[in-house]
Design a protein around this ligand. Sequence first.
Ligand code: NAD
Ligand code: IPM
Ligand code: MN
Length: 325
Amino acid sequence: MTRIAIVEGDGIGHEVIPVAQNVLELLHPEYEYFPVDVGYHRWEQTGCPCADRDIAELKTADAILFGAITTPPMKDYQSVVLRLRKALDLYANLRPVKGDGFDIMIVRENTEGLYSGIEEIGADRATTLRVVTRMGTERIVRSAIRLAHQRNGRLTIGHKANVLKSDVLFRDICLAEAKAVGISCNDKFIDALALDILQHPASYDVVVTTNIFGDILSDVASYLVGGLGLVPSANIGDRYALFEPVHGSAPDIAGRNIANPIAALRSAGLLLAYCGDARGSERIEAAVQEVLAVGIKTRDLGGSAGTREFGEAVLRMLRQTNRST
Ligand code: NAD
Ligand code: IPM
Ligand code: MN
């Protein structure tokens, strides 16, 4: 039986994940869904945001649906999101940004780079080591190339090799891998890329980049489709997979039923495709599009529907198409 771990996390995770879970339960009542409670709120209650046994439990799932977790900028607090990505070795962070006339897949290296965790902070000086390895780069660029083959076959490498030696290695390995398989490939400095992707989104297909550049680029690119409420992500490794919106816990709007649940719904769609139900994933996307087309929208898109109301409209749409197919 397919087992799905549900992590709401913090903030708007408690609002958008139930919407996505309802849709999964409608499409797959035969799956087992089980909650795992990790997050900043757990740290506040117990001093531990995520225990080893939580990670062990998450590892028993076939896939994880994840909301968002508050990561406060505190010296001694370890981000749960980063811990999970490392513990489950979820090295490929796929962030699709798809709109009218463009279809971009940002492939973010998810385990090293500036997120190496090798750092120290003193009173007057702090350092973070940016680690790029051949193994880490080869596996991410191979994932990107596989995706490019399934799509339009174009790869762009985003880097800052003009300044960073670590990115000289990253760029050169990516270029060599692309050449070896004969895929169409170009490379760009990440700062110029961040502007160009907004100006010419149609000229991009798969973009592969290092950890923090992919983090920033995906928030930037979300502008093309209406903001952070719309962009999902898949964190994939060789054994485990976790699906989450690109956005965070949004404390500024949490608890008000105004968050856009589309990123969470699309993350559930990516989860279904990973679990072998590509049709279910398409049905979620079609239902979201139809609900938007009849003018039901959350506040970030200029509408007045609440998170729950949008979710109910998607469920109604899915039930209708259930009857008519
Ligand atoms: P954020 O993504 O939570 O919010 C940025 C802005 O986008 C806010 O104004 C917010 O209201 C808006 N927004 C985000 N999601 C939205 C949605 N679904 N609908 C409507 N508006 C939405 O980023 P932040 O404010 O920089 O970070 C808040 C917290 O979330 C921090 O603690 C951060 O570390 C954490 N975070 C977690 C994850 C994750 O768990 N994967 C990702 C990003 C940020
Ligand atoms: C994301 C987030 C995380 C990241 C934070 C919360 C650790 O911004 O998933 O995009 O930087 O990767
Ligand atoms: Mn981010």
